[in-house]
Design a protein around this ligand. Structure first.
Ligand SMILES: CC(C)(COP(=O)(O)OP(=O)(O)OC[C@H]1O[C@@H](n2cnc3c(N)ncnc32)[C@H](O)[C@@H]1OP(=O)(O)O)[C@@H](O)C(=O)NCCC(=O)NCCS
Length: 160
């Protein structure tokens, strides 16, 4: 397994990751890739990848991408679900279904944080549904709940 910087050529794979992150719950009706990209509140996580300020990591096993994590800054007039401030980028993360629960997500998180730290980023935010086990990973990795994003989700922040 290697963890490398995400490049413009990863746009398609990172879109897959976004679609998987949006559809994380098997109990919900799945949103198509087209719908995820067309809806501004989800499409803006990957639109135009890479934008200035974007920073991402891809996990590869035998040359095949198996997970990705990236950070994107949003302005206050086009906030992400986990928006806290214009200078705090928001995390998107996902691991290909067959590779989940094997430590890839935790390693991706640490890898993207290391790159963010090196780039001078001081805080990272994210939004997570409270019933998503991913929240336990974020808590274990030092993210704190700073507010409720919606009835069912929390906004979390990690100070790097
Ligand atoms: C969330 C996600 C990125 C985590 O990556 P992962 O590689 O599966 O996670 P890891 O193997 O690194 O596990 C990290 C922690 O998550 C939790 N976890 C992982 N798999 C779990 C499972 N099946 N059930 C419950 N908890 C689980 C555990 O707390 C685990 O820590 P531990 O190994 O000390 O027990 C990945 O599962 C995923 O892509 N899920 C679908 C998309 C999604 O939900 N994205 C996040 C949206 S906010």
């Amino acid at each position: 397994m290697i963890f490398r910087e995400a490049t413009p050529a990863d746009a398609d794979f990172l879109t897959d990751v976004l679609v998987a992150a949006v559809n994380w719950s098997p109990e919900w009706k799945e949103k198509s890739r087209r719908r995820v990209l067309a809806a501004p509140d989800t499409g803006h996580y990957i639109a135009g990848w890479p934008r200035s300020g974007d920073l991402g990591v891809v996990a590869e096993a035998d040359g095949t991408p198996v997970g990705g994590a990236w950070l994107r800054f949003f302005p206050a007039d086009d906030p992400g679900y986990g928006f806290v401030a214009g200078d705090v980028p928001e995390l998107t993360i996902g691991v290909v279904a067959g590779w989940r629960g094997r430590g890839v997500g935790r390693s991706l998180l640490r890898a993207v944080e290391a790159r963010a730290r090196a780039a001078g980023v001081r805080r990272i935010s994210l939004s997570v549904e409270r019933v998503n086990f991913a929240q336990r990973l974020y808590l274990a990795e030092g993210y704190e709940v700073v507010g409720a994003g919606s009835r069912d989700s929390d906004t979390m922040v990690k100070v790097l």
